[in-house]
Design a protein around this ligand. Structure first.
Ligand code: ZN
Length: 344
């Protein structure tokens, strides 16, 4: 199976998902090139290697434009596929000997074979030893005009501070569940894939903030689902909250059974994060037939506060529980008050 994540890897800046501010900043330092040492950091699976290659493409593209690399010229294609001679990728986890790094620095002074620049990408750069970083330091202090160094790492604090301070740093942020969901929905539409929205939310949960994992889970789900995302078996595999759960949840809510609500909430939040729980809850709330219209509307209004309050709260699971329980209690009080008002 050819990984979809590889097939969809961006060939131009415009194709990069998210990271808009990083792309904007890169455009402004690459045209013309104002800095020769870069540090790209961020959690795994966000495209640090891809972005490094795009920097290479931007600098060496044979049809350069301020918008970024063309993505289709021979140079762009070769860099994208990792086979351009002057774009040198070093896996810092395996190249640990200081002699190897010294040799590398020495060879960087030789002019590029093909284009204007030679670009060195150190992947997993935090794995380099202090000796290796020291061997790099001189080159980072005064890089030759034809050389660009890029350090990519999940752990920028393990980069020797003297090296780090020489770099122009870019930090890639994990996409939100919402970003991933929107992206996945667009992808399904582009590929004419039939889907249940709840299953897309399940795929997003499994992806844990990474586009690469998102595409891998999506591809596996399609394989299991026989080319669509509607098969009931996927609910179980993707840990999606099913109708039976919601039925029981709203029953407990209607009976004001707080113990049951708390238990059910705890079980669900072990599988999905509060945002995805809420998204699925909203959908289920809309279709449920247990609560009265007034109670449904009140419940919805109260828990809709979660996204606003959640960004400030240290324990989002707890906050969700509090909002749900509070909505129940408040509603009862409200009804009681209403009833006592009309009683003479
Ligand atoms: Zn190009």
């Amino acid at each position: 199976m050819y990984p979809l994540a590889r097939a969809l890897r961006p060939k131009t800046f415009a194709e990069v998902q998210g990271h808009a501010s990083v792309i904007r900043a890169l455009r402004s330092v690459l045209y013309p090139l104002k800095h020769h040492t870069f540090l790209l950091s961020g959690p795994r699976g966000l495209g640090k290697t891809t972005l490094s290659r795009l920097i290479g493409q931007a600098l060496l593209c044979s049809q350069p434009s301020p918008q970024g690399p063309c993505g289709v010229c021979q140079t762009c294609v070769e860099i994208h596929e990792g086979r351009y001679t002057d774009f040198i990728e070093i896996d810092a986890a395996s190249k640990t000997k200081v002699e190897e790094i010294r040799e590398l620095v020495q060879s960087s002074y030789a002019l590029p074979l093909q284009g204007k620049y030679k670009i060195y990408l150190f992947d997993e750069a935090h794995m380099l030893s202090t000796h290796s970083f020291n061997a790099l330091l001189k080159a980072f202090e005064e890089p030759p005009a034809h050389v660009v160094y890029i350090l990519a790492t999940t752990d920028p604090h393990k980069i020797l501070p003297t090296v780090r301070s020489r770099c122009l740093s870019f930090h890639l942020q994990s996409p939100s569940s919402q970003d991933l969901l929107v992206y996945l929905e667009q992808l399904c539409q582009q590929q004419s894939i039939q889907f249940h929205p709840a299953l897309l939310a399940g795929i997003v949960t499994q992806a844990q903030g990474s586009y690469r994992d998102l595409l891998n889970v999506y591809q596996h789900a399609l394989l299991i689902g026989g080319g669509s995302l509607v098969d009931p078996v996927l609910y179980e595999i993707l840990a999606v909250i099913d109708d039976a759960y919601w039925q029981a949840f709203f029953q407990a809510y209607a009976q004001a059974d707080l113990v049951a609500i708390r238990t059910m909430l705890g079980t669900a939040l072990q599988k999905v994060d509060p945002d995805l729980f809420l998204r699925q809850l909203f959908q289920a709330l809309y279709h449920q037939s247990v609560l009265s219209e007034a109670q449904r509307a009140y419940f919805y209004a109260q828990i809709s506060e979660f996204p606003r309050l959640g960004s400030l709260h240290p324990d989002r699971n707890r906050l969700l529980e509090v909002l749900i329980v509070k909505s129940l209690v408040d509603f009862d009080l409200l009804e009681e008050k209403k009833n006592s008002d009309v009683t003479p």
